[in-house]
Design a protein around this ligand. Sequence first.
Ligand code: NAG
Length: 319
Amino acid sequence: MRYSIFASLLSAVTTVYGYANPMACTGICTNAHDPALIRHKDGTYWRFSTGGKIAMHSAPAITGPWTYKGAAIPSGSKINLAGRNDLWAPDVTLVGSTYYLYYTVSSFGSQNSAIGVATSTNLKTWTDHGSTGITSSAGKNFNAIDGALYWDGSKFVMSYGSFWNDIFAVNMANPPLKSTSGAANIAFKPSGTHAQEGPFIAKNGNYHYLFFSAGQCCGFDKNRPARGQEYKIQVCRSKSATGGFVDKAGKSCTNGGGTTVLESHGYVYGPGGQGVYYDPKLGPVLYYHYVDTRVGYADGMKRFGINRLNFSSGWPVVV
Ligand SMILES: *[C@@H]1O[C@H](CO)[C@@H](O)[C@H](O)[C@H]1NC(C)=O
């Protein structure tokens, strides 16, 4: 694509020179698929990731050194579905003095899925509560995986979904252990295999930003897709957390819209599984997993990535 001099001058430096690289990461920076990030009030950072009954790592700083802290749900989920001893796509939110950990029970390519929830007061030991009520089976227009809680201080909304009709939002009860009503389709790619999943809603200023991962997530060592078809992180925004999301060009997110925030660049390949954390020191950060092409493309090699986000233009830019 050719940029006019005008557009180049107006663009952030990161657009002209490509995307900023992830911040440094030391210690165990693999075992980081679909990460969730939070900071305990004692200053310790905790990272949760797919597999190993939700692998936990902690670190004294956001950049590490990260050490393994065991499984969040060591006996597996109460949810009686295939995958109850694996568990995917964690999301963690502090509400009052209780941490809520959402996780997925499913198996690859199957719609026999549910989003479960566990609680903790210390991030280390968790009590499983089983299903949130967000479930799916063959014939439904969604796959009940990849849940992420949005909380604005009064209202709880869970975004979730993967393929089929892609991404949905549903209201959650208070406390946010169960879904209530109003499931709505909030993002959909009408073309191809509808490869879009892993939503995360974050508020900044007057807008709710719906981040999601578009493209092929996994298996890059065995089956690398055509260039540009691998995971990338996109965003739409709305004044509401439960619908009306559009991209930067004004295209509806339910009709294929999505402005790219981060995609393959340099040694970074297929970034996705993202979330946003408001760090007390760094401000908003985007956390995600990516393949480091200097190391290898296997799923087990995926690394933990963090970049600060700059929302000053009204749209998030990685810096
Ligand atoms: C955010 O981006 C704007 C340009 O859109 C720039 O002027 C500003 O300095 C950036 N802020 C930070 C903290 O990087």
